[in-house]
Design a protein around this ligand. Sequence first.
Ligand code: ZN
Length: 502
Amino acid sequence: MRNIRIFDTTLRDGEQSPGASMNTSEKLQVAKQLARLGVDIIEAGFAIASPDDFNAIKTIGGEVEGPVICSLARAREEDIKRAWEALEDAPNKRIHTFHSTSDIHLKFQYRIDRDEALKRSVKMVQLAKSYVEDVEFSPMDATRTDIGYLCEVIEAVIEAGAITVNIPDTVGYTIPNEFGTLIKSIRDRVKNIDNAVIAVHCHNDLGLATSNSLSAVLNGAGQIECTINGIGERAGNCAMEEVVMALRTRKDLFNADTNIVTEEITRSSRLVSTITGMTVQPNKAIVGANAFAHESGIHQDGLLKNKSTYEIITPETIGLHKTQFVLGKHSGRNAFRTRLSELGYDLTNDEINNAFVRFKKIADQKKDIFDEDIEALVNEEVTMVTETFSLVDMNFSSGTDKQPVATVKIKIGSEIVEKTEQGDGPVDAIFKAITTITGTKSKLLKYEVKAITGGTDALGEVICSLEEDDTSVSGHGADTDIMTASAKAYINALNKLAARKS
Ligand SMILES: [Zn+2]
């Protein structure tokens, strides 16, 4: 049985999804979860891209144990040096450097010839190798590169010290059969290929990222680059949960498996969705809300008789358990803390205390508290930033024949500011009042409400994405009252924007 390495790029390529930017503490939470999930390599960012990226890589390298921590770097001296500095504290580190190899990119974007691109690639792999043992090289736009030249570059970078060569389908152009043949040709034509692991990095522009990655595995690839929920540039990357569960479910065909602890898949998916504000479509394979919902009478009949009639994966395999009542009004801090650690959260005492205060408040309004409610509370806690604005109080009124009006009180520093506004609906009125108080110039990109569990006393969860000066953030709020949840989400997003500026 071959072991396929999982290289997770949720924090780098995933973060390039529009509206999915994460701050350092959010990235750290995701990285800790990726470690529990058992990924082999975490691409934590692109060190030279921004001070935020640099700090996130440095923090993750210093605090997350288990996986190799990796930084992306263009084939430039300053990039590689910066990647090395960011990775300094990581016990296991990798520099991932890349250069375009397709004629389209070389001619129109880089304006250099093939020889020059080859020279730069080799030189920068050698430089990276002088810092770390573990060097990965990607010939960008590989699937549109002349195969003879591609093999020449791969051979040269392996000779220069790359121990992983990644074949990216940068523009999501290839199809499974063609991509499998490409991987096979590389294995047949590159003399020193056995000195490196072949990786693949597929994009989903044609909906083929998972299929292309699997086809590569069948033809000898030993590492898959992917993201949680398939988020990423444009149509996204290969989805970790899909590729891992395909390998696991069809071991008989692939004769390969990964180190992923599949029971952590659901929690990883929810955490990334909450933090990035990118919700998962209900019919998404593996992690969609309907992925295990059987609607047809014939199917239900079969399932009652024997699960294997219509179920190829059990929900438990991916850590999806039947919603069950877990805690209530009388549960104490200890029961709460125990449940948090059973759910896999690793929180500081302060974070536990703050979440517990909110838990008690919700337990007063809602009889039974479910795991999903606790997850929402905790996710709200971990996505919290230093509060420039905090909600003190809020009132609104609306009705079928009544103009909605809202009064909001917000604390800014030591001052409390109050404003009343009218709107098209109560949420509109509340948001207008918050906008007037905070004076924000941001644009609302997305507003989304969902119920976390069943029943009319369910917690409502609101995700609110804002954009200002090319920075986008997602705020998060949970409450039994969806108007309060909306206000919290909007204010949380404004606090994140303020934290970025400071
Ligand atoms: Zn990519």
